[in-house]
Design a protein around this ligand. Structure first.
Ligand code: MRU
Length: 343
């Protein structure tokens, strides 16, 4: 499966809002549409939105090739701002934008800058698949033959350029011949687990059982779930980790039941500038996501609703963070800064 593809003069994006009922792709030639596609959750998942922003930026640059260098730089700055405003929590988005900004900082020839931006977006995509395979290799040793592994949201091929982070670790263990069964939490309210993770694993013939988010404690207490592995949207300098809403609750339950709780994420998710989880910006999304399932209203008219899209799992609840550069066991400030030096 392919979440996003660079076509030279357009970006092809799998519309994840229509999964699992329909596998439909949209092709965009305008960078505005790529920005809307991130904002509207057509493409989602921390690494994938970073790559989409990079490709959108490359598309924008190509449409501005005619002007003078100063004019080009000014217009590109507003493009960077547009993409930075699409979603607030996943730091990979800002990492990707800064990387694109940095690649042209010492240049003054417009065609050269356009060329560099296109090459950088393609490089970011290629690197991401390789990074995920390395995360998989570093993490597979934590999963044993016969394990039932619970995951939340979707940290798979759909959330990245391919292979996935948390699902990449599961894929790597399966490739090594281990028999792994996944328990996928449905992930209310946007249902990334039910719609995306379940679909993605079924495509790969990896055994998957769908549970509602509130069932995780039941299956931990009864001894069914042996490990928990999830992705991340931002890891603060002290190891506190933002991920999809509900992750924190699972981490408390896992700790209570002495079940290992792993985060799988690329180094681009580590944010040295955010000291702790308290300073991670949490996106609040539309109340309609809570009040409606599809077009079906499930709550009374006028009800007050909150819809934070992410929560923060304290470092103390995390057994290890698995990155492409190595594993940070019992993550804290020292472990994070040691691995950040490799960034
Ligand atoms: O709102 P989403 O679907 O973009 O949230 C995605 C998640 O929370 C993922 O777990 C996270 O981005 C890691 S993806 C490898």
């Amino acid at each position: 499966m392919m979440s996003i593809k660079w076509n030279g003069d357009s970006v092809k994006i799998l519309d994840q809002r229509r999964l699992p009922l329909e596998e439909a792709y949209n092709t965009y030639t305008n960078y505005y549409d790529v920005a809307s596609s991130i904002r509207d959750m057509e493409i989602r998942g921390a690494p994938a939105i970073g790559i989409a922003a990079a490709m959108g930026i490359a598309l924008a640059a190509k449409s501005m090739i005619g002007g003078r260098a100063e004019e080009f730089r000014e217009k590109m700055n507003s493009v960077f701002t547009l993409f930075a405003g699409t979603r607030p929590t996943a730091v990979n988005l800002f990492w990707a934008i800064n990387r694109m900004r940095g690649i042209i900082k010492d240049r003054s020839d417009v065609p050269g800058m356009v060329d560099l931006l296109e090459k950088e977006a393609i490089k970011m995509y290629d690197e991401d698949i390789d990074i995920n395979r390395r995360i998989g290799k570093n993490g597979s040793r934590f999963l044993n033959d016969g394990d039932v592994v619970m995951t939340h949201c979707n940290a798979g091929a759909l959330a990245t350029a391919g292979y996935g982070t948390a699902l990449g670790v599961i894929r790597a263990a399966v490739e090594e011949g281990k028999k792994i069964e996944v328990y996928a939490c449905e992930t209310r309210p946007y249902l990334q687990g039910a719609r995306l993770t379940a679909w993605e694993l079924l495509q790969d013939n990896i055994p998957v059982t769908l549970i509602t988010d509130s069932m995780s404690g039941y299956f931990m207490k009864s001894g069914v779930i042996k490990k928990v592995i999830v992705g991340a949207d931002r890891i603060a300098a002290n190891g506190d980790t933002a991920n999809k809403i509900g992750t924190y609750t699972h981490s408390v339950l896992a700790k209570n039941h002495r079940i290992p709780f792993y985060i799988a994420a690329p180094l681009s998710t580590l944010d040295a500038d955010t000291p702790s989880g308290d300073s991670i910006p949490i996106e609040e999304r539309s109340m309609d996501e809570v009040v409606y399932i599809g077009s079906y209203q499930i709550a009374p008219e006028g009800i007050s609703v909150r819809n934070p899209a992410f929560d923060v799992t304290p470092a103390a609840n995390i057994t290890a963070i698995i990155t492409e550069a190595g594993v940070i066991e019992n993550p804290g400030r020292d472990g994070i800064s040691a691995v950040l030096k490799k960034k």
